[in-house]
Design a protein around this ligand. Structure first.
Ligand code: DAH
Length: 364
C-alpha cells in the first residue's frame, strides 16, 4: 500500500534542496534574514513540515510508524543544512570586512609630508639631552634660571664689579637703565648661564655638582659664527680638595660621550673674572684630525670649553667658605658643539626655524 505522506515528505525534501541551492548561489539574496524566513517556512509551527504531519491522523498505524522517523530525519537534515549556510554566511561577512579594511604593508610608515608635521627635536635639544643624561649618571643635578636677571647675579656675584672692564666683553640688552623705574633698573637679559652658578650656590650647601643649560643673549653683530641668542651649558662642582685633574676628567668624559670616541684636549690659560686659574679647553680638530683645516683655522685645535677653578670671591658671594671648599666651573657653548658634531657651517641655521634644516635631525 502506498504511503501518500511519505511521498509528500520526499517531495518536500527535494523542494527544500532545490530552493536552498538557488538561494545560496545568489550571494546578494543570501542574507541571515532570508535564511531565517526559509527556516520558518519549512520548520516553523505552521511550516510545510508541520502541515504534512497534520495528515498523520488519516493514515494507518503502520504507515505512521514509517513517517515519524522519516519526519525527524528530515527535520535534522534541514536544520543541519541551514546551520551550515548560516555559518558560511558569517564567515563570508568576516572575510568581506577584512577585505575592506586590508592594511597595505607595502606602504611607507610615514610619508615626508607627515613627518614635517609630526615634529622632531631640534639638534640642540638632541645634544642637550645626551649631555644631561651623561651628567645625571655622574651624580650632577640639572638646574634652571631666569632669562631676565639683575646685575648681582649676572655680574657682581661673579666677580665683575660695575667698573670692571670685563663687563664690556658681554654687551647686553638692558631694561630701562635710567633708574626712573626702580622695578626695572639694573635688569638685563642674561649674557651667560654663569648666573645659575650664583643661584645654585645660594640654594644648596657643599658638596654639590650641577649643570644648567639655557639660552643667553648678547648684543652681537650676527655672522656665520655669532648670534644674539645662543645656548650655553654651565657646570659647577664644589667640595673639598677639588683639582684641575677632576675638571679635565669630567670634560674628557663628556666629550667622549658626545663624539663617541676619545678626543684629545689641551688647556690654555684664559681670563674669566669668576675663575682663577681660568682656562680655554680646546679639542683636537675632529674634521682634519689636527692637521689644520678651515674649521680650526689651520691650527689643528678648536676652542670649545672655557673653564677654571672657582674664584674665592665667587664662593664668598655664594655664601661658601673659600678656606674650606673649592671647585671648578665650565661654560660649554652648545651651539658650537652642535655645529662640530653635525658639520653645520652657519650658526644662523639653528635659529632659522627652517623646516628644511630642522627635519634633517630626526629623533622622536
Ligand atoms: N660665562 C662665560 C661666557 O659666557 C663662559 C665661562 C667661562 C663659564 C669660564 C664658566 C667658566 O663657568 O668657568 O663667556
Amino acid at each position: 500500500m502506498s504511503n501518500p505522506l511519505l511521498q509528500q515528505l520526499n517531495d518536500l525534501e527535494q523542494e527544500f534542496e532545490t530552493k536552498l541551492n538557488d538561494l545560496s548561489s545568489d550571494t546578494d539574496k543570501l542574507t541571515q534574514a532570508e535564511l531565517l524566513n526559509f527556516k520558518s517556512y519549512y520548520l516553523g509551527k505552521k511550516g510545510a513540515l508541520s502541515e504534512i504531519l497534520k495528515g498523520l491522523k488519516s493514515v494507518s498505524p503502520e504507515q505512521r510508524k514509517e513517517i515519524g522517523p522519516r519526519a525527524n530525519e528530515l527535520k535534522d537534515k534541514f536544520l543541519n543544512r541551514l546551520d551550515r549556510e548560516l555559518k558560511g554566511l558569517e564567515i563570508n561577512e568576516i572575510n568581506q570586512k577584512l577585505a575592506s579594511k586590508k592594511i597595505d604593508t607595502s606602504l611607507l610608515e610615514r610619508d615626508l609630508a607627515l613627518d614635517q608635521f609630526a615634529g622632531a627635536y631640534h639638534p640642540r635639544n638632541l645634544i642637550q639631552r645626551e649631555i644631561e643624561d651623561v651628567f645625571l649618571s655622574m651624580g650632577f643635578e640639572i638646574l634652571d634660571g631666569p632669562h631676565i636677571e639683575d646685575e648681582f647675579h649676572n655680574f657682581e656675584a661673579l666677580n665683575i664689579p660695575a667698573d670692571h672692564p670685563a663687563r664690556d666683553m658681554q654687551d647686553t640688552f638692558w631694561f630701562d637703565k635710567s633708574g626712573n623705574d626702580s622695578e626695572q633698573s639694573g635688569h638685563l637679559l642674561r649674557t651667560h648661564t654663569s648666573t645659575i652658578q650664583v643661584r645654585g650656590m645660594l640654594s644648596r650647601k657643599p658638596p654639590f655638582r650641577f649643570i644648567a643649560p639655557g639660552i643667553v643673549f648678547r648684543c652681537e653683530r650676527t655672522d656665520a659664527s655669532h648670534e644674539m641668542v645662543f645656548t650655553q651649558l654651565e657646570g659647577m662642582m664644589v667640595g673639598e680638595d677639588i683639582s684641575v685633574g677632576n675638571l679635565i676628567y669630567f670634560m674628557k668624559t663628556i666629550l667622549k660621550e658626545i663624539f663617541k670616541k676619545d678626543v684629545e684636549v689641551r688647556l690654555r690659560p684664559g681670563f674669566f673674572p669668576f675663575v682663577e686659574p681660568g682656562f680655554e679647553l680646546d679639542i683636537k680638530c675632529l674634521i682634519c684630525n689636527g692637521k689644520g683645516c678651515s674649521v680650526c683655522k689651520q691650527t689643528g685645535w678648536v676652542e670649545l670649553l672655557p673653564c677654571g677653578m672657582v674664584h674665592p670671591n665667587v664662593l664668598k658671594a655664594g655664601n661658601i667658605d673659600p678656606e674650606k671648599y673649592n671647585g671648578f666651573a665650565f661654560g660649554l657653548g652648545l651651539d658650537r658643539l652642535v655645529m662640530m658634531k653635525y658639520g653645520i657651517e652657519d650658526i644662523r641655521h639653528l635659529q632659522s626655524g627652517d623646516l628644511r634644516f630642522n627635519t634633517q635631525f630626526k629623533a622622536y
